[in-house]
Design a protein around this ligand. Sequence first.
Ligand code: HSE
Length: 393
Amino acid sequence: MKKIAILGFGVVGSGVAEVLTQNKSIIEKKLAESIEIKYILDLRDFPDSPFADKVIHDFNIILDDPEISIVAEMMGGSHPAYDFSKACLLAGKNVVTSNKEVVSKFGTELLEIAKQNNVRYLFEASVGGGIPIIRPINNDLTANKITSIDGILNGTTNYILTQMNEHGTSFAEALKDAQSKGYAEADPTADIEGIDAARKICILSALSFGKCLCADAISRQGITQITADDFAIAKSLGYTIKLIGHSEIIKSKIYADVAPRFVPLSNPLAHISDVYNGILVGANMLDNVLFYGKGAGKLPTASAVTADIIDIAEKMGTAACPTISWSNAEGDDISSEEEYKTQRCIILCGRVEGAKYIGELNKSVIITDKISIKDCISLASEYNTEYTVYSIL
Ligand code: HSE
């Protein structure tokens, strides 16, 4: 029997307890042993929960208990989640997490500590909710050179954009709905400003290219400025608008950004709706592969955390433990926004000569060749009218 501790009994933490209970016999059959939750660490008490007797408030009880070999961190936020994870790894305990903030900020260090202490730090649930993506990139695509990643990486914003586009729902109403369904972060700013997606693209980029960019330093734009007119223009040109995390190698340097993009209807990502995420990975042997599924929510995310727990339990004490490692990207590893060129759509107010005029909206549109954002802005500025720019996928 493996005894585990859960750190944080919120949406995902309680989901893990539920998955372990509901699928107990399936898991036991696979592992030929059981997984038992010994402790649940939270600031709160849960008197009505079937797990009420497991709840503790002192982290040191977990740290000092040699029976605990796996700790599942689902606290969210950097601290104390990072500090507790590090302490557990240093104490020789395996750690699994859904915490993309900690993995993107401290993953390099925590992976190294795990390696030095012969334990594992796994984070399948940190990107794509329930979609298997970390393990497939790390294990199944190893015969390929990954060339690009494009992903709808945030369920909350995809849900909001879908509601706005398909049902004309207001931004505020759609956000409230996403929060009530348990998709959004505690502070939804991280969702709607693209911060959550930036963390996730940095994790995928680190896995694929071996260097981790700082999520706070990449170019990032959220969804709050998107208007109904923008959706109408996109539609009239054969596109839709999606919040996309993008990463690729440009002249041996890593580039990543997050922005709402015009996505051609011929691209599979255009048809990924509601809370679903989709991640399109370009690989030199396989060409494109699409990972698709529920990107947020209690049980989908909990199923990915539980898969990591099972993976660790299954391989504990054997040599067959695939490891993950990357280093932090620095200076010359990082491509600037200037070096990134893509097609853009410039939306201009009023009728502009040389541009496609959309009379009912009194707006004009230019689709550019592949250009940098700087060149795009100087082109748009020449028209002396208000403009909006979208990159095209
Ligand atoms: N708030 C995140 C999302 C949760 O909406 O995608 C899953 O990481």
